[in-house]
Every structure is written in structure tokens, then in C-alpha cells.
Design a protein around this ligand. Structure first.
Ligand code: KG4
Ligand code: ZN
Length: 358
């Protein structure tokens, strides 16, 4: 089954052709980072205009690189939420028009579910139940996935997403957007024990994440120590590198500590770590340690598939198309779309011998 995936939920216009949900034939991503950089974050109005400009050439390029003609595809999968409404609408309208013109089935895909399926490439098939940590600029969720397409949120952020925290701290330190890759680079030369930040804990004892207190603690540290943000063209000081390393270390410990604790409780057979923040080497290393202690494999997407892309949307969409799911012509953007949250009977899950494959 050949599926065209389309993604335009935030600041990347992307299209991909995927065979049978696991083989990436082509993947094209037009990033808008350069446009939003000077504003230190994504400007929704500019994003939707840019998607309008890019959607046609990006889809054409995906077909050209794949050497596939439009008549050969069996279906179209498009991200229809969550995300920025203007951005989402560009992809959704385009996908509907194309599905109508080509007379092929269409499915809407939740962007977060797309990130879960980003590990379908270049990894062995996922064994279920799985535990999926999806950490990006817009989301930070830990899902228990009892079987394909079913999700139970076992931890979520109460405020900022992990990637958002990287971006905001970077901005505070005078570093450019997106902050994650820059902080990671500086952290490699810093001492993670130099500034003591405490791990966030919820007053109600729930295992949720919270990163806004940490952001405030970084800001307080900067104020109290008189640390100067990095000026343009200037080499960051050792103090900045130490702060970056200390901040990154708390974020990683918070994410992986929770993943380990909840995995001990729920007994998954596979760990999945995906989303833009999954590019982070320290997070990958700590996740591998957790997986080794639990005795299960951990799958990451390749770096190209960790940030937003359309191959993951095509992979998630293929499962839906194969199950007979079809979107109507009334498919719409849903800015705060959630994943179906299932109730999971943990005992039944542990006893289950059924193995599902992506
Ligand atoms: O998945 P993504 O492309 O977009 C969303 O769905 O949000 O994720 C982008 C986020 C940004 O916040 C960026 O700073 C973060 O991922 N990110 C990183 C790294 N690379 C990208 N965070 C930490 N370390 C990295 N190496
Ligand atoms: Zn994303």
C-alpha cells in the first residue's frame, strides 16, 4: 500500500511517500525556522502563509523523489490536529482536494500519534504493550499503548512542553531558536552538577511533568548571579555552558525517571522515545539506561524523523487505512485534538500473550 503523508501542523511543510507503513520512499520537509528565528518562536500568521506557498512544491517534490506517479498511490493521510489552525487548514484542504481529484481514500491523523509511529522506520516491529514518551515543542506526554492505536496518558505536562522549556531557556540566555540543539551543544562542554535545580514534584502526588518552575529557577539563577546573556557573535562563557548542562540534566532526569517508574508499574515490552526533543543525545543515553534496567528495547526515530515530518503521518495513516478508516469531505482541523484515552486493565495487560506488530 502506497500512502502519501502530508504534515503542516506547525512550522514545517512536509510530504512523504511510504510503502506498507514501514518503508520510506521519499520524505520532503520545508522548514520555516529561518523565518521565525528572529521572533524567537513560531508566528502563526507567517506560518500559514508560508505553508500556502510551499505545499504544492513540497508534495510535487515528494512524488518526484519517489519516482511515483500520483495515480499509483492508494491513499492520503494528513495531520488534522493538534496544531495551529491556519497551518493545519492548509494541509487538510490540500489533502481533501487531492484525494477527491485522485479518487483515493483519505484519513486524518493526530500529530502526536504520528510521532509515536516515527519509530516504524529503521526499527524492529514494536511489541505491545509499549510505553511512549512523546516530547516536542508542543507536547510532553507519556502514553501506555496497550495495542496499536490505543493510548492511555499516564503522565503529561502541567504547563510547558519539554521542547518549549529548551526554547524559552535558550531565549533567556541570548541563544537562538530553536533552543534544544544549541543547549545540547553547550551542555556537552558544561558541568551538569554546577547548578543545583530540584526535580519538579506535583503537590497532588501525580507523576506529571512540569517545566515552568524550572524555567523560573533558571531565570532566578541568571538574575542572582548577574550572568550576562550571550551577545550575537560572542562565544558562550563557561558559566552559560554549565547552566545549559544543569538545566538539560534536570529535564532528562525528570522525563526518564518518570518513564522508568511508570514502566515498572505497567510492564511494557517496548519503550518508544520520539518528538523533537528525542534528538537530544543525553535523553537518548538516559533512555537506553532505563531500557537496559527494565530489560526491554527502546526505539528512537532517526534524527530526520524525530522532528516534524510527513513519513510518520503516512505510517500512522496506513494502519488506519488498512483498518478501513475513511475521513469524509467534512474533515476539519482540530487545534486541540486529543488521542483517544482508553482505560487499561494492567493485570489483563500483563497476562496478555498477544503480540501486536506495527
Ligand atoms: O517535534 P517538533 O519538530 O515540533 C513539535 O511538534 O513541537 O519539536 C521541536 C522541538 C523544539 O522545541 C526544539 O527545541 C526541540 O524540539 N529540540 C530539541 C533538540 N532538537 C530539537 N530539544 C532538545 N535537544 C535537542 N537536540
Ligand atoms: Zn511534532
Amino acid at each position: 500500500m502506497l500512502v502519501l503523508g502530508i504534515e503542516s501542523s506547525c512550522d514545517e511543510t512536509a510530504a512523504a511517500i511510504v510503502r506498507d507503513g514501514r518503508e520510506m520512499i521519499s520524505s520532503v520537509i520545508a522548514s520555516q525556522i529561518e523565518i521565525h528565528k528572529r521572533f524567537g518562536g513560531v508566528v502563526p500568521e507567517l506560518a500559514s502563509r508560508e505553508h500556502l506557498d510551499k505545499i504544492v512544491p513540497v508534495v510535487e517534490e515528494a512524488f518526484a523523489r519517489a519516482g511515483v506517479s500520483k495515480k499509483e498511490i492508494d491513499g492520503i493521510a494528513v495531520t488534522n490536529g493538534p496544531g495551529l489552525v491556519g497551518s493545519l487548514l492548509v494541509g487538510v484542504s490540500y489533502a481533501k482536494a487531492m484525494a477527491f481529484a485522485l479518487d483515493v481514500p483519505l484519513v486524518g491523523v493526530n500529530h502526536i500519534e504520528g510521532h509515536v509511529y516515527s519509530v516504524a522506520f529503521e526499527n524492529p516491529p514494536v511489541e505491545y504493550p509499549a510505553m511512549a514518551l512523546i516530547v516536542s515543542g508542543g507536547h510532553s506526554n507519556l502514553f501506555l499503548v496497550p495495542e496499536p492505536g490505543k493510548y492511555k496518558v499516564v503522565a503529561r505536562t502541567r504547563d510547558d512542553a519539554a521542547g518549549e522549556a529548551f526554547d524559552k531557556v535558550a531565549k533567556m540566555l541570548g541563544l537562538s531558536y530553536p533552543g534544544g540543539p544549541i543547549i545540547e551543544k553547550l551542555a556537552r562542554e558544561g558541568d551538569p552538577r554546577s547548578v543545583r535545580f530540584s526535580l519538579p514534584r506535583m503537590g497532588d502526588g501525580k507523576p506529571d511533568f512540569s517545566f515552568s518552575g524550572l524555567k523560573t529557577a533558571v531565570s532566578k539563577h541568571v538574575r542572582e548571579t548577574g550572568l550576562q546573556p550571550v551577545a550575537e557573535g560572542e562565544e558562550p562563557s563557561q558559566d552559560i555552558k554549565n547552566l545549559a548542562a544543569s538545566f538539560q540534566s534536570v529535564v532528562v532526569r525528570s522525563l526518564t525517571g518518570t518513564m522508568e517508574r511508570l514502566s515498572e508499574e505497567h510492564g511494557p515490552k517496548t519503550l518508544i522515545v520520539a518528538g523533537g526533543v528525542a534528538c537530544n543525545g543525553a535523553l537518548r543515553e538516559a533512555s537506553r539506561d532505563v531500557a537496559a534496567r527494565l530489560g526491554v528495547p527502546v526505539y528512537f526515530p532517526s534524527l530526520h524523523l524525530s522532528t516534524d515530518n510527513a513519513a510518520m503521518i503516512a505510517a500512522a495513516g496506513t494502519v488506519k487505512l488498512q483498518a478501513g478508516e475513511r475521513a469524509g469531505w467534512d474533515l476539519n482541523a482540530d487545534v486541540s485534538m486529543r488521542l483517544q484515552n482508553v482505560d487499561v486493565d494492567d493485570e489483563a495487560l500483563r497476562r496478555s500473550r498477544v503480540r501486536y506488530k506495527l
